[in-house]
Design a protein around this ligand. Structure first.
Ligand code: MN
Length: 195
C-alpha cells in the first residue's frame, strides 16, 4: 500500500545494520489512525509528534514538547515521514547514527480529524499540505483538541503545535508530571543507565 518513495528520505538517513529503528509498515491501524509522541534525548532533548496518515507517520519535532495549556504555542519542525512500525519504537539509537540518543514512547493512542467542511471530514494529507490540522487526541496523557498550524512569512515558515480550547485544557505541566513511557513505565534515564 505504501509506495517505496514515501520512506525514501527516512531510509537515506539511516543505516539499518547499525540502528535498531524499524523500517517496515506492518502495524498500520485498520480502523482508527494512531498517533505517538516520542521523547527523544538526542543532541538536544525534544519530543517527536507523529500521526498515521496515508500509510506513513507524518512527523514533527517539537523542541519544548506538547502542552495542555491553551496559552502555550509550541514550535513544531516537520521531519521526514517515518514508517508505521516506528509507533512503538523505544530504545537507543547508537552514537554516530542519525538522531543518536534515547527514545521512549511518551504518549500514544488514536486520533480523529476535527476539520469538517460542508459536513465532510477534510482529507488529512490535504490539510497538511495547506498547513492547518485540527485533530482530537485520545492518548493516555494527552486528550482533546489540538491544532498544528503552519505560519510565518514566505521563506520563514514554521509550524505551531497547540492545545485548542475545550474541557481537557489545563495549566498543568504534563511533561514534568508524567515523564515516563506509556509503553513500559521507564524513564529516559532508566534506558540510558542500563548499559
Ligand atoms: Mn527526534
Amino acid at each position: 500500500m505504501v509506495e517505496e518513495d514515501a520512506l525514501k528520505k527516512y531510509k537515506e538517513k539511516r543505516n539499518f545494520i547499525d540502528t535498531p529503528e524499524p523500517f517496515t509498515n506492518t502495524k498500520a491501524s485498520p480502523d482508527k489512525p494512531k498517533f505517538v509522541i516520542q521523547k527523544h534525548n538526542a543532541s538536544r532533548l525534544h519530543y517527536d509528534f507523529r500521526i498515521e496518515v496515508g500509510g506513513v507517520l507524518k512527523s514533527w519535532a517539537v523542541p519544548k514538547g506538547p502542552s495542555t495549556d491553551i496559552s502555550q504555542k509550541r514550535l513544531a519542525i516537520p521531519t521526514e515521514d517515518h514508517p508505521i512500525d516506528y509507533i512503538d519504537f523505544e530504545g537507543i539509537i547508537p552514537p554516530g547514527n542519525y538522531g543518536a540518543g534515547t527514545v521512549i514512547v511518551w504518549d500514544a493512542g488514536s486520533y480523529y480529524n476535527l476539520n469538517i467542511k460542508e459536513g465532510k471530514e477534510t482529507s488529512l494529507p490535504e490539510s497538511i499540505e495547506k498547513g492547518h490540522l485540527e485533530i482530537f487526541l485520545e492518548g493516555e496523557k494527552l486528550r482533546g483538541a489540538y491544532a498544528l498550524i503552519r505560519t510565518g512569512r514566505e521563506g520563514r515558515k514554521f509550524w505551531l503545535f497547540l492545545k485548542m480550547k475545550d474541557e481537557y485544557a489545563d495549566k498543568n505541566d504534563i511533561l514534568q508530571e508524567r515523564p515516563e513511557s506509556v509503553l513500559t513505565g521507564r524513564m529516559i534515564e532508566d534506558i540510558e543507565n542500563k548499559d
